[in-house]
Design a binder for this molecule. Sequence first.
Ligand SMILES: [Fe+2]
Ligand SMILES: [Fe+2]
Length: 396
Amino acid sequence: MKNLNDFTGLLHHLNRIGIALSSEKDLNRLLDLILREARSFVQADAGSLFLKQGEGLIFIAAQNETLDSGERDKKVQANYLGSFLPLSKESIAGYVAVTGEVLNILDAYHLPPEVSYRFFRTFDEENHYRTFSILAVPLRIPEGEIIGVLQLINALNEKKEPISFHESFEELVCSLASQAAVAIRNAMLLEEIQQAHLDTIFRLSKAAEYRDEDTEVHLRRVTGYTMVISGKLGLSSEEIGLLKYAAPMHDIGKLGVPDSVLLKPGKLTPEEFEQMKRHTLIGAKILEGSDQKLFQVAKEIALSHHEKFNGTGYPYGLKGEEIPFYGRIVALPDVFDALTSKRVYKPAFPVEQAVEMIREESGKHFDPVVVKAFLDSLEEIQQVKNREDQSSVTII
Ligand SMILES: [Fe+2]
Ligand SMILES: [Fe+2]
C-alpha cells in the first residue's frame, strides 16, 4: 500500500505517468501502459479498459496479475476482449460511462440492493477468479466528454490479499484517467490522420494505375504481400509502417507514360518499351526532394522495383546489393501479383504455379533472401490474397 500522506510523492508519480502516457503514440501500447501504470499506482491486481463506441462500450484491454502469471488458460481471458457492453446503468462500467460518477465498490458480489448496476460473474467463474474491490472511473477529456471507463480490480495489501481501494485514491485515479483520456484521444486522432494519409496515397497511386489495367486492388495486394514479407524478414515495425505507405506508390511514374504505350493491347515495340521503362525514372522525379522519410523510401522503391538481382533489370541494371533493399522486397510482390492476376494477354496463373515461377527466379530476378521470406510465409500471403480478392467483389 502506498503512503497516502506522502502527497508530493504521489503527485510526482502521477506526473511521471502523465509524461509516459503523452509520449506513447501507438494505441495498443498506450492502453497497455495505462493499465500497467494505473494498477501499479494503486496496487491493484487487475484492471480493464472500455472505450465508447456508438451506443455501447467496447472491452478493449485487460490485465490480471493473478491470471497472467498463473498457468490458467489465457485464451479464456482474451475471449472477452472486443465484447460489447450496452451503454446503460445495468453494468458497472456502463453506469460510470452514463453518469460520469466514480464507483468505489468494496465487494462486487455483495452490492447494496438499491443500486441499478450488477456485477457479472461469468468472467470470474470461467477463470476461477474472485473479484472483491473495484474502483471504476470515467475517462473524461477536458471538453467534458466521457470516452470510456477505467476499472481497477482488487486492491492488494502487502500480503497480496484483496482489500478495498482507499477513498483518497479516487481523486488521484480520476486525474490519472483524464491524462489517459487525452492520450487515448490523441492516439486515435493520430491513427485517423495516418489512415487519411494512406487513403490519399492510395487515391493518388490509383490515379496512376487508373489508365492501366492494374487497379486499386493490385496496390492493396502488393502492399499486403510486402508487409507480410517484411515481417518475415524481421524488419522493425517502423520500417514495415513506412513500406505500408510507400509500396503503393511504386508505379506512380506511369502518370507520365503516354496512353498509346500504357494502354497498347499488343506487344510493345522496343521504342515503346523504352518509354514504358521510364515510369521508374518519372516516379522517382515525382517523389524526390522530400525531407520525409516516407517519400525518400517511396522514391527508392519507384526507381528500383524493376531492377533484377542478376543485373538484367532496369533502369540502371543494378546488381545484387547495389539494388536498394526496399526495392528488392517490393519487386517480388509486384511480379507475384501480376502473375496471379488476369491480363488481356494472359490468364491468371494458379498460385502454386506462380510460386514455382518465383522460386525459379531466386538469385536471378529476385534476392534469394526475399524469396525465402516469401516462401516461408505462403499461408499469410494466401490470406492477404483472399482478403483483398473478396473486398474487390462488387455487388451490383
Ligand atoms: Fe512498375
Ligand atoms: Fe505494379
